[in-house]
Design a protein around this ligand. Structure first.
Ligand code: F0G
Length: 433
């Protein structure tokens, strides 16, 4: 669809062509978003077309992102999209997790089934395609791990040169390994995510490198399709709640925008409520929603859920708008709560990385406080694959996991490996016990 870039600030609304590489408004410094300049949508035939594409062998149709290209701002350039068949992630029923969370029923939309194992692929296919459209050769991001893994894969697939910046010692090995394997130049810095982002923005500007953090509006457009696909899978029947973890708050922005567009174009008749869950040691958005006033960043964010270890989330103004529009809530959860919820998701045969498990921990808190009703229709988005952070898993189950304060986390749902002798009778005895 025809679109333009626009300043997100209501009082500014400056507009820019889609082919301008900007991340903040040059007039007021506000965030940039994609805005459609036409509204000619035949919702019924589009819904049918999207469904038919699921049986097609064309790359664009098979992608769970580009299948919805009519609501993406590429207008023909999508024919040159770089795709690794992202999206197409399942909705999974999880009765055990529902019970733990205080719900009759709970469904997970598992973004960990993506090609590089996280929801970042939905956005990255669009971000890298935009880099191609702009004729850029080098792309960069700062990352707590998943963005860098995803960017490395898509940039390399597109023949571009990926440069990733990561906080040294603060990303999981699974994610670092991916960036290396996918051929990214990987620069580790002794600073946290927020500090490195400030630095990378200057570097990108200076060296003409295209920046692919979630401040990039084309990433947000791609992440909208997580919601498009979720609602398509539910035959456009919106749930009461959509629960997701909050770090830099790009996904919160994307989900809200997607829901508003689906409502505007008549795909859904009701707006689900967003519930954003943060880790206690990295919860600036939660604190802001509690107290109001000025937005205060957390200078030294701390959590074992390293994916969401972010103290100064760039997209908070968009997230504030989307949470407010959806009558949503923001909650925070402890390290123990995240670890236990994660083990429960594992016992459902599903599994996820720590940041994703904040969703179930948050649901448990929100049902206990009566914000979410037991009979509510809830979809929680699991953002990353279980194998992203195996160290965390092993330490939890063997009672060695310590929170950032050095306190042991209790393995309430621990599952210790047992050493047995190489002896059939002895093993039989143990199995009977
Ligand atoms: N879950 C996972 C697994 C993530 O990797 C991230 C963010 C989030 C949740 C939070 O999403 O930032 O949109 O609120 N990871 C980024 C990265 C920051 O660099 O990979 P958000």
């Amino acid at each position: 669809m025809l679109a333009e870039l626009a300043c997100f600030e209501q009082k500014c609304h400056a507009t820019f062509p889609l082919t301008e590489a900007i991340y903040n408004c040059t007039h007021c410094g506000g965030l940039i978003e994609v805005r459609f300049t036409e509204a000619r949508i035949d919702q019924e035939s589009l819904g049918k077309l999207w469904r038919e594409r699921r049986t097609s062998n064309r790359m664009l149709d098979q992608s769970g992102v580009w299948r919805y290209r009519e609501l993406l701002p590429f207008d023909g350039f999508d024919q040159r999209a770089v795709s690794l068949r992202e999206g197409n992630t399942p909705l999974l029923d999880a009765p055990r997790a529902a019970e733990y969370g205080g719900l009759d029923r709970l469904t997970f939309k598992h973004q960990g089934y993506n090609p590089t194992g996280s929801f970042k692929d939905n956005g990255m296919t669009c971000g890298v395609t935009q880099a191609l459209r702009l004729g850029r050769k080098r792309v960069a991001c700062v990352s707590t791990g998943n963005t860098s893994a995803s960017m490395a894969a898509y940039a390399s697939a597109a023949g571009l040169d990926p440069i990733v910046f990561i906080p040294r010692g603060n990303i999981s090995y699974g994610k670092l390994a991916q960036a290396l394997e996918y051929g990214a130049r990987t620069l580790q810095i002794d600073a946290n995510f927020d500090q490195i982002l400030a630095l990378v923005r200057v570097l990108a500007e200076r060296a003409g490198i295209y920046l692919l953090n979630s401040i990039n509006p084309f990433r947000i457009e791609g992440q909208k399709t997580i919601i498009f696909e979720m609602l398509d899978q539910r035959d456009w029947d919106p749930p009461d709640w959509i629960v997701l973890p909050g770090g830099n708050l790009g996904n919160t922005s994307a989900f809200g925008k997607a829901l508003r567009e689906l409502l505007q174009f008549g795909f859904i008749r009701k707006m689900p409520r967003l519930a954003v869950i943060q880790a206690e040691g990295a919860a600036p958005f939660y604190e802001f929603m509690q107290t109001g006033g000025e937005f205060r960043s957390v200078r030294e964010p701390r959590t074992l859920a390293t994916a969401i270890r972010i103290g100064d989330p760039v997209s908070w103004p968009k997230a504030l708008y989307e949470v407010t529009e959806s009558h949503g809530v923001v909650e925070k959860v402890s390290e123990q709560e995240i670890a236990d919820a994660k083990a429960i998701i594992g016992r459902c045969g599903i599994g996820c990385e720590p940041a994703s498990a904040a969703t179930l921990a948050g649901i448990r808190k929100l049902t206990h406080s009566g914000v979410i009703r037991r009979d509510a229709d809830v979809v929680a988005v699991l953002t990353g694959n279980v194998l992203k952070d195996p160290d965390y898993i092993y330490q939890y189950h063997t009672g060695q996991l310590k929170d950032p304060e050095g306190r042991l986390i209790e393995p309430r749902f621990g599952n210790q490996p047992v050493v047995v002798p190489n002896d059939t009778d002895a093993i039989s005895k143990i199995l009977e016990g």
